[in-house]
Design a protein around this ligand. Structure first.
Ligand code: 2AL
Length: 166
């Protein structure tokens, strides 16, 4: 985590490297970097959130490349892989029944909506995630795009707040 004042003064490419793992939407990361300097942390978060409100279905598809399935913790060294592992820390990997139900749920979701099930995992247990997945299978496509984008915004802003402090 670096301080906002430090972020404000980083060379553009360094600032970009810091923000990129928050979400695989380059236009958003560029906008957040180019809006520097921020007067305070709240201004950073407000701008980042405002730009995230502009996302639609195209951005959702773009972003999913950096979000592995729930239950499939990435082993890679990339910054977003490490973040994803931390976010899924409360999903019990020793529970074989949970792992199987998540695998089945993910497969049903992907068959229905044609993309990976996305949820802000931080602070949620595996059972809570499974419950949300089951409920979301009852959604229409339109409701589900809206819900997935809301979850993507939460993940992104949590990652940003974890990367850049007060
Ligand atoms: C993720 C992820 O990588 N982090 C998170 O909160 N959720 N993935 C997902 N498919 O929902």
């Amino acid at each position: 985590m670096i301080a906002l004042d430090h972020f404000n003064h980083l060379p553009r490419s360094d600032a970009q490297q810091l923000v990129e793992p928050c979400v695989a939407i380059p236009a958003w990361a560029e906008a957040v970097v180019d809006q520097r300097p921020y007067a305070d942390h709240a201004a950073l978060m407000a701008f980042a959130s405002q730009r995230a409100q502009e996302w639609g279905e195209a951005e959702l598809h773009q972003a999913l490349s950096a979000h592995p399935r729930i239950g499939e913790r990435p082993t890679g060294e990339q910054a977003h892989a490490a973040l994803s592992r931390q976010e899924q820390a409360a999903v019990n990997q020793q529970d074989a029944s949970l792992a199987e139900r998540l695998r089945e749920g993910n497969a049903r979701y992907e068959a229905q909506f044609g993309r990976v099930f996305l949820i802000r995992a931080k602070g949620r247990s595996g059972e809570e995630i499974l419950e949300a997945l089951t409920q979301r299978l009852t959604h229409s496509e339109e409701e589900e795009v809206k819900e997935s984008l809301a979850q993507l915004r939460e993940i992104t802003l949590l990652r940003l707040a974890g990367a850049i402090g007060e």
